[in-house]
Design a binder for this molecule. Sequence first.
Ligand SMILES: N=C(N)NCCC[C@H](NC(=O)CCC(=O)O)C(=O)O
Length: 456
Amino acid sequence: MSSNKNMAYEFNFDGLVGPTHNYAGLSLGNVASTSNANLVARPKEAAKQGLQKMKALHDLGLKQGVIAPMERPDVATLRRLGFTGTDAQVIIKAAKQAPKVLAACSSASSMWTANACTMAPSSDTADEKVHFTPANLANKFHRSIEHETTGRILQAMFKDENHFVHHPALPMGDHFGDEGAANHTRFVDVNSEKGYGKKGLHFFVYGKYAFDASKPAPHKFPARQTFEASQAVARLHMLDSDNVVFAQQSPNVIDKGVFHNDVISVGNGNVLFAHQKAFLNQMQVYTDLERAFDGEEFHVVEVGANDVSVEDAVKSYLFNSQLVTLPDGNMAIIAPGECESVPAVKEYLDWLVEQDTPIKEVKIFDVKQSMQNGGGPACLRQRIVLNETEVSAMNQNVIMNDDLFATLNAWVEKHYRDTLTEDDLADPSLLNESRMALDELTKILNLGSVYPFQQV
Ligand SMILES: N=C(N)NCCC[C@H](NC(=O)CCC(=O)O)C(=O)O
């Protein structure tokens, strides 16, 4: 009968950094993005840093995959905005008349695949299928243009309709702002014989209520996820309401630069690793989670504000670390290098691994090109839980292995520029370079014609 009787694994699907990676200061509320605008970007280095992390986790025995980037510059969107002529003329006109719009249509922001979608594994859904909802990313224009292509890429990765259900993104607009898995965590008792395949607990974190202005909300920076959007995703994924907990992000931390929950908390298995100030009514949130969790015990590893300030959490991206269960059953933190350069955070981590918690070690990765735009290790990955039947039903070419790692590194070496500035976005040849690279990539990953330029 259903395939979810067998072992299930949690894959990390990292976003491949695209050829137009650049710092355009597009994300109000994301401190790194606004403070690093106009830095010279290093696309080739950025893509290789991402590939290194994917390979390292693969080598640790974890399941790893890759999600292709978007077609950038997004000429189709520029045409919708009235730019006409050949593709080259569209780019040149946009560069002259609206350079910021061109920058927003050229962002490689899809690399942060924590925002690509929200998924629910077949162990948790009423129809026992795997559900995907691409995030509409409505709050930021440069991200709001991702979901259609993201949806096509996900469908090319998970094609078999017997196992995979693909929903359209929620309706565009502020009321249903949805930032995907950055604001969603699935807890599960991994000690059962099904691994990640036991029925899990879905934790949705939102920044405001869109249909009730009397509720608390941030004042300085935008709340990118609404309660109503989170509820809609839970409904679409046919989750059992007993296995869903909703919590509001503290407006204070959003106003300090916590623009997604994965900047202030991260969960894995039966562990929530969170900052003391992360949520409104934080004690009630813990109670709700402990009560709903189906397993021996639910661990909260809370980092006190006196040990690590919210400011230091945002500077170091301590909570944008990945929290993984290694094959030996111990948990490891996959942290960005910045965690070593913020003294309070380094001190805390050195202390943490000596404590009696499931988190036994810290592994540091250099993802600086991504970090400078407000994306850390956890932003760069989408967690997808699949049982053995679903793994064999999916597109095998997107699963990381030594050959794919070598192929993708050679592909980056061949197609990517060493540096990119905002002025370079006005160069029409960048469009052709990107399209050539992506055309080749769709063959490497066996995606078919997922890009607008391939649909003519
Ligand atoms: N936390 C998670 N899950 N994702 C991080 C996303 C960072 C991204 N930065 C940007 O889009 C900056 C682009 C620029 O300014 O060039 C954002 O704000 O959406």
